[in-house]
Design a protein around this ligand. Structure first.
Ligand code: TXA
Ligand code: MG
Length: 324
């Protein structure tokens, strides 16, 4: 056990990171568990505290394009277009890494996932650290991503050195990950930036699909594990327009949105948005899922989302939360 302190401000967090400590900080997507990406001991500490398998690479965070350029061998034209349009923001680009980026960060892969986050505190931290910061979501591996400092403490309190509290995250879903390692852009993870927005800038993006018959370690991209972002409670989904009904003899909770019908008998109902606003649904998603997960229910029934815009990423998180 170590003592996890609440950092008073971004400069305290940055100093701790420079000393090699592990500090969680807010971004617009979810809270990240930061470590100096150039310090192998610190990076190893991320894997240890999260109990994360070493084949799952970490996203490197930088404050600006100049810092981004220093981490990669080259910035292909498509990457430049995306960076110009969407950085800072919820987009991670996988690009050919410089030799000095540690294999621990990229899990031995030739590409590095890179992102400039759109959050004033994250920006302050990154500028003050002056080195790239590796940061996965600040939760134990496979669990629900944290969108508040309290969520971070729930999962990693006593295992990391500090947390910088920036209130709830605005986007609420992890970044969209796109690989530009070959000419054809590949979507590795749908996320907080709708893939349609990306395609409007660079044309068609190939969707990497994980193969449910394959062993997790053999998936096309690391991090495409079938079970991930998962509550401890069993979760079942229903189609967007279906009437939600509790299961007989089970204590059931409901995760829903808008004005869709639901039968009586649910122990707890969490509504992500009063309307069908997918942005609002995304911003509230992990916090509401977490709250249902701590309510001692037998089953959580979740209404799935229309398969467009942020609905694609939300459905992806639901699918992985239901996978056994
Ligand atoms: O929004 C986010 O992306 C948050 C915040 C903190 O920035 N971070 C995050 O990190 O969600 P994490 O570790 O939970 O998810 C990172 C995923 C990996 O599982 C993998 O799918 C992909 O990003 N990734 C990262 N680096 C990669 C690489 N070099 N090659 C392929 N995929 C990579
Ligand atoms: Mg994660």
């Amino acid at each position: 056990m170590r003592e996890t302190i609440l950092c008073d401000n971004a400069l305290v967090a940055a100093e701790m990171l420079c000393r090699g400590q592990l500090v969680a900080f807010p971004t617009e997507t979810v809270y990240g568990l930061g470590a100096d990406a150039t310090n192998s001991d610190s990076v190893a500490g991320i894997f240890e505290s999260k109990q994360r398998p070493s084949f799952d690479p970490l996203i490197v965070h930088v404050p600006d394009m100049a810092a981004a350029q220093r981490v990669v061998v080259n910035f292909p034209l498509l990457a430049q277009k995306l960076a110009e349009k969407f950085w800072p923001g919820p987009l991670t680009l996988v690009l050919p890494k410089q030799a000095q980026v540690s294999d621990l960060v990229t899990a031995g892969l030739p590409g590095v996932g890179l992102r400039i986050p759109n959050h004033p505190l994250a920006m302050e931290v990154l500028k003050a650290v002056g080195r790239p910061v590796a940061a996965p979501s600040a939760n134990p591996f496979g669990g629900i991503s944290p969108t508040t400092a309290d969520h971070v403490l729930d999962g990693l309190g006593g295992k990391i050195d500090g947390v910088l509290d920036g209130g709830p995250c605005g986007v609420g879903l992890e970044s969209t990950v796109v690989s530009l390692m070959i000419d054809q852009p590949i979507l590795l993870r749908p996320g907080g930036l709708p893939v349609e927005d990306i395609e409007a800038v660079i044309g068609p993006v190939h969707r990497a699909v994980s193969d449910p018959l394959q062993d997790d370690a053999a998936q096309p991209a690391p991090g495409m594990l079938s079970r991930h972002y998962a509550p401890k409670t069993v979760l079942q989904t229903i189609a967007p327009g279906d009437t939600a009904r509790p299961i007989r003899n089970k204590i059931c909770g409901l995760l829903t949105y808008g004005r869709f019908p639901c039968a009586p008998g649910f122990e707890q109902i969490q509504r992500l948005s009063e309307s069908d606003d997918l942005r609002m649904c995304a911003a509230n998603f992990f916090a509401r899922l977490r709250s249902l997960d701590s309510a001692n229910l037998d089953v959580i029934i979740a209404r799935s989302f229309p398969a467009k815009g942020l609905g694609i990423a939300l459905n992806d998180r639901l699918r992985r939360a239901t996978s056994v």
